[in-house]
Structures are given as C-alpha cells and as structure tokens.
Design a protein around this ligand. Sequence first.
Ligand code: T46
Length: 136
Amino acid sequence: MSSYKLVNFKTLGDERGSLIAIEQGYNAPFEIKRVYYIFDTKEGVKRGFHAHINLKQIAIAVKGACTFVLDDGKKREEVKLDNPNQGLFIEGLIWREMKDFSQDCVLVVLASEHYDERDYIRDYDKFIKEVENGKN
Ligand code: T46
C-alpha cells in the first residue's frame, strides 16, 4: 500500500509560545525507530530522487520551508511544507524529490525503520517497473 497525505498537528500554545507533541500510536501511525533532520541545505539544491519499498515516514518543516515532489508512478504532485503544525506522511512506493529549501529550513523526519540502503529504489525506471509489477 502506497500513499501520502498532509496531516495537521495540534499546537499546544500558551503565552510562552508554541509546542507540538508527536506520539506513536496517536498522531504518528507507526513505531518510530529513527529520527533524522536535514538542515543547512545549500541554495538550489535538490534532494531525494528515490522511493522506499517499505518505509513509513512523517516529514515536518519545523523551521522554514521546502517542497516535496511526490510521484506514485501515475501522477506527480508538489506539496509545500512551511508550517511546523503540518506533517507529510508517506508510506510505501512513492518517488520523492525535495527542492526549494529556504536557507533556514530544518526538515525533521520520523521513520518507521532503521536506516537501510536496501529499502531505497534510486533508479526511476526501476521504480516505475516496481509500480507496474503491482507492488504499489
Ligand atoms: C527520504 C528523504 C525525505 C544515513 O546514514 N542514515 C540515515 O538515516 C539517512 C536518512 C541517511 N544516511 C546517509 C545516506 C547518505 O550517505 O546520509 C546520506 C544522505 O542521505 P540521502 O542522500 O538518502 O538523503 P536525501 O535527503 O536524499 O533523502 C532523505 C532520506 O534518505 C530518505 O529516506 O525519504 O530524506
């Protein structure tokens, strides 16, 4: 099963400022085994250019903004992340590219599995073949 969607997180704010909590089983629908963050991305840089076979992830621009290009093998869509109360949930065979990082962008990603290069498909033609093989 492959899909992606934007999810909204509740902001717990008071006079001191804002706080968002992400809890496994509540607003994160998978066991969180890994957290990584991408920051100091140089101007004009594009990242990603791969799909995952099994991984589930939630990506949050906790500061600044960036744009995800999401491709399910049939259609391409752009999703801009520019708000810490929004997360992009991605599961399964979705080709992703990231671009238009603002200088201050900090992109935090929660992942369902430990890092494993074998879960990556980094060749677009191979990704399309996997989709056509019905693994999507
Ligand atoms: C994804 C998008 C949104 C590790 O050693 N451990 C890790 O957990 C990760 C994520 C990466 N790495 C190494 C592998 C590469 O040598 O860090 C280097 C950069 O990784 P990569 O080129 O895959 O980074 P992005 O920004 O293209 O993609 C990353 C994630 O890899 C990927 O899962 O969905 O962010």
